[in-house]
Design a protein around this ligand. Structure first.
Ligand SMILES: [Mn+2]
Length: 195
C-alpha cells in the first residue's frame, strides 16, 4: 500500500494530510481557503491520488501559513508513501494548456530538493488566496518530498488559469513519475538509491 497519514501542529496551523498514491482521484477535507480547496481537488483528480487535507490555520493573519504548511505535510506524506521508490518511473513531464495559459512541469523524484518557479501574476489575490503563495506551496513540497522540479508558465493572462494550470501540470507530471514501470525494475537509478 503506497499510503501515508500525517499530522502537524504548530502555533499557526493544525493540519492532517492523508495520501494514497494509487487512490481514486478524490479529495476530501477543507482548508478554509475555497480557491486552495479547488486546487487540491484537481491535484487529487489529475494526480490519480486519494487525498485528504484537514487544515485549520491562522487565516486571520493571512493564507500563507496554511498553504505553506499544507505543502510541507503533503511533501512529507508523498515521500513516506513512495517509500524506497522501487519500480517507479521517477521522472515526469507535462505541458498543460488552460485556455490562454500554458504551463509546464518537469520533475525528478530523486530525493534532492530543488525548485525553479517561473510564473508571475497580475492579480495578487483570488478571494482569500494570495497568488504568490503558489511558489511557497510548491517549494515546501520539493523540500520535504525531495523533488527536483521546474515549474513554469510559458504564457498566460488570467491568474486563476495560471495557478490552475500549474497545479494540473504538476499533478500530471507527478502521476507519471509515480507510475510503476516493470521494465525499469527496482530502484530507477544507476546509483542504486534515490535519496
Ligand atoms: Mn478553476
Amino acid at each position: 500500500m503506497r499510503t501515508a497519514d500525517l499530522k502537524r501542529e504548530t502555533k499557526e496551523t493544525c493540519i492532517r494530510v492523508a495520501i494514497d498514491l494509487d487512490g481514486d482521484g478524490k479529495f476530501t477535507g477543507q482548508t478554509g481557503i475555497a480557491f486552495f480547496d479547488h486546487m487540491l481537488t484537481l491535484l487529487a483528480r489529475h494526480g490519480g491520488l486519494g487525498l485528504t487535507v484537514e487544515a485549520q490555520g491562522d487565516l486571520d493573519v493571512e493564507c500563507h501559513h496554511t498553504v505553506e504548511d499544507t505543502g510541507i505535510l503533503f511533501g512529507k506524506a508523498l515521500a513516506q508513501a513512495a517509500g524506497d521508490k522501487a519500480g517507479i518511473r521517477r521522472y515526469g513531464h507535462f505541458v498543460l494548456p488552460m485556455e490562454e495559459a500554458l504551463c509546464e512541469c518537469a520533475l525528478d523524484f530523486c530525493g534532492r530538493p530543488y525548485l525553479f518557479f517561473g510564473a508571475t501574476f497580475e492579480r495578487p489575490m483570488i478571494e482569500n488566496y494570495a497568488t504568490e503563495v503558489t511558489e511557497d506551496f510548491f517549494r515546501a513540497i520539493c523540500n520535504t518530498a525531495g523533488l527536483t522540479m521546474h515549474l513554469e508558465c510559458r504564457r498566460g493572462r488570467n491568474a486563476h488559469h495560471i495557478v490552475e494550470g500549474l497545479f494540473k501540470a504538476f499533478a500530471r507530471a507527478l502521476r507519471e513519475a509515480l507510475e510503476t514501470d516493470e521494465r525499469l525494475g527496482g530502484i530507477p537509478s544507476t546509483k542504486g538509491v534515490l535519496d
